[in-house]
Ligand binder design. Structure first.
Ligand code: ADP
Ligand code: MG
Length: 618
């Protein structure tokens, strides 16, 4: 329930609410807000530090800890300590199978293209749920530190995240009880933190270099009229500060003639050395020598030696920068600003090499592991309406369109369009004397609307009676910077008009979230099988529907034997639906598909001439 309070200065009612900015990182996450002075600030929940390691530990007693407390279990209890979950977000097993060995916990393969799950003890968790736990921790820390409820957030993602990964991030926010107002690209947020892109008439081409714990990415952005366009991205999802730590560790192993096998068996020593290596690396960002010991093993390394060890890795990042520039069609000297992001850009060699590569000083004034969260807070401030002079920025993650005949999706604003944007198309009636037209607005990438998400429905009433095909109905979509869609329908001959405002509901509905929460308590491998069967059945039913409609509509184009044979395949598919065997259903779908594909092509050719007359809405 929203809390309402009275503003003592003005006497007006005021909703005491704050939108926070969250950097949900692979290694570390953090949350920032705009402080009363109007400046972005990272939230420090007293004593717990600014950065929350993105690690979740499932304790033996069933409780769950997140952050630094969980980090301690990385080596002592690897099976129950989940790190780097961002790598799995919105991914199928196929996507990640190549680097399965990287994870010390169980990533479940159900031989399908569905999203991966993680098994902890006897329970299965989705990466969305695990990310949700991290976000929940951040939300609670913010509430604790600020002493007000925090229900709304802007969350950042890498520029290269696809729709499914963005969607998963949104859903994770929902599970944490957050209304995710916007998903923002990390390089965009970093740029905002430096105040780049905040002026409406600003035009710039910039590079954002982000070297984190385990991932590297570089983005080339073009900023124009408050719109951030990603020209290209490049990087390496397995290159980061962890590699620097490993380089130091390996150096010490060689220097001290340590037996790698002994080390592998002594997890306590191993972990101790790893932490020392990271400590040394960090120290060498500001000093020339690190000198320490562990269990009487001398651990020393000079800055010069360290730089020699990591130079090849740094060079790899520059190779990525080169490719990113090529893909963007931009020369290094055309880049006007270079922004450093990620804890690993604190290493002086990294900064030097990047500056040399682009031939200009880099922006490193803002703490590189906070800059994304700070920018996200600025974005949230803009969304809160506190910086009304700025218009923003983002692209639509899913296509928007309307339903046309046969339940087909007709896309009006394609996915990845920049907002604000406007688009429209003309339609007509399908029946003589039709006076009302139903307009159903959908969001999604599928061809059939019933596989997409319905956003709104309204009726354009009072079209003067005319023969089918004569009315001219313009349907216009206007998507404003906050993602609010206005749909307008106007019949041009009579001038009658109807308008609705639609707020796209991205992600899961509340009921779906609730269902997920219930499932998370009990889902087992069996559920996965069950769902796959249901999905196959639904697909089969849809196929039946489409095929039958096809026969009905196009009988005249087909020969008698073709119709009979198609009906046989249809019956074969229908019979398979209740056999409880998903593979059988898929086989029957494929057979029917194979057989009818040539007809569909034939009919399509013939239909083209009809389509020229104008599209019709049922
Ligand atoms: P991510 O975006 O992947 O979550 P971060 O941006 O938080 O990661 O970067 C984490 C990495 O930064 C770790 O490898 C950490 O060791 C490294 N790091 C943090 N501080 C320093 C420092 N002072 N010098 C060098 N590396 C650092
Ligand atoms: Mg990061």
């Amino acid at each position: 329930m929203a809390k309402v309070s009275i503003n003592l200065a003005t006497g007006s009612l005021q909703k005491e609410e704050l939108i926070v900015g969250i950097d949900l990182g692979t290694t570390n996450s953090l949350v920032a807000f705009i402080n009363p002075d109007g400046n972005p600030q990272v939230i420090n929940d007293t004593g717990k530090g600014l950065l929350v390691p993105s690690i979740v530990h499932f304790q033996a007693d069933g409780s769950i800890v997140v952050g630094n407390e969980a980090k301690e279990f990385l080596t002592s209890d690897p099976e129950n300590t989940i790190f780097s979950v961002k790598r799995l977000l919105g991914r199928s097993y196929q996507d990640i199978a190549r680097y399965r060995d990287f994870f010390s916990y169980k990533v479940i393969d159900d031989n399908s293209e569905s999203l991966v799950k993680i098994k902890v003890g006897e329970k299965f968790y989705t990466p969305i749920e695990l990310s949700g736990l991290i976000l929940k921790e951040l939300k609670e820390r913010a509430e604790h530190a600020l002493k007000i409820p925090v229900n709304r957030a802007v969350i950042t993602v890498p520029a290269y995240f696809n729709d499914s990964q963005r969607q998963a991030t949104r859903d994770a926010g929902k599970l944490a009880g957050l209304d995710v107002l916007r998903i923002v690209n990390e390089p965009t947020a970093a740029s905002l933190a430096y105040g780049i892109g905040l002026k409406p008439d600003e035009e710039k081409t910039i590079a954002v270099y982000d070297l984190g714990g385990g991932t590297f990415d570089v983005s080339i952005l073009k900023i124009q009229n408050g719109i951030f366009e990603v020209l290209s991205t490049n990087g390496d999802t397995f290159l980061g500060g962890d590699d620097f730590d490993r380089a130091v560790l390996n150096y010490w192993i060689t220097e001290n003639n340590l037996d790698p096998e002994n080390l592998a068996n002594d997890q306590v020593l191993n972990q101790g050395l790893r932490l020392k290596a990271e400590e040394a690396k960090k120290a060498l960002s500001t000093q020339n020598l690190f000198n320490d010991s562990l269990n009487r093993i001398p651990l020393a390394i000079s800055k010069q030696k360290f730089e020699e060890l990591i130079a090849p890795k740094v060079q790899e990042t520059l190779d990525c920068c080169k490719k990113a520039l090529e893909d963007a069609g931009v020369k290094a000297e055309e880049i006007q600003e270079v922004i450093m992001v990620g804890g690993s850009t604190r290493t002086p060699l990294v900064k030097e090499r990047v500056a040399a590569f682009f031939g200009k000083a880099v922006h490193d004034q803002i703490n590189p592991d906070q800059v994304v969260a700070l920018g996200a807070a600025i974005q949230s401030d803009i969304l809160a309406g506190n910086r009304s002079d700025i218009l923003l920025l983002d692209v639509t993650p899913l296509s928007l369109g309307i339903e046309t005949m046969g339940g087909l999706m007709d896309v009006i604003i394609p996915r990845n369009s920049k907002v604000p944007t406007k688009a429209g198309r003309q339609y007509t009636t399908s029946v003589d004397g039709q006076v009302n037209m139903k307009i159903s607005v959908f969001q999604g990438e599928r061809d059939l609307v019933n596989e997409n998400r319905k956003l709104a429905e309204f009726e354009l009433k009072g079209i003067p009676a005319m023969p089918a095909g004569l009315p001219k109905v313009d349907i216009n979509f206007l998507l404003n910077a906050d993602g609010i869609l206005t749909v307008q329908a106007i019949e041009l001959r009579s001038g009658i008009k109807q308008e609705v405002e639609v707020k796209p509901t991205y992600g899961l509905s509340d009921a779906e979230v609730e269902q997920m929460l219930i499932d998370s308590i009990q889902h087992a491998q069996a559920d996965v099988q069950q769902r796959m069967l249901i999905e196959a059945r639904t697909e089969g039913e849809q196929m039946l529907y489409t095929a039958e409609r096809f026969l009905e509509k196009n009988e005249t184009y087909l020969q008698e034997n073709e119709i009979v044979e198609t009906k046989n395949y249809i019956e074969g598919l229908r019979a398979s639906l209740n056999a409880g065997d998903k593979d059988l259903i898929h086989a029957k779908i494929d057979e029917l598909n194979e057989y009818t594909r040539p007809f569909a092509e034939r009919v399509m050719d013939m239909a083209i001439s009809r389509a020229m007359k104008g599209k019709q809405i049922e």
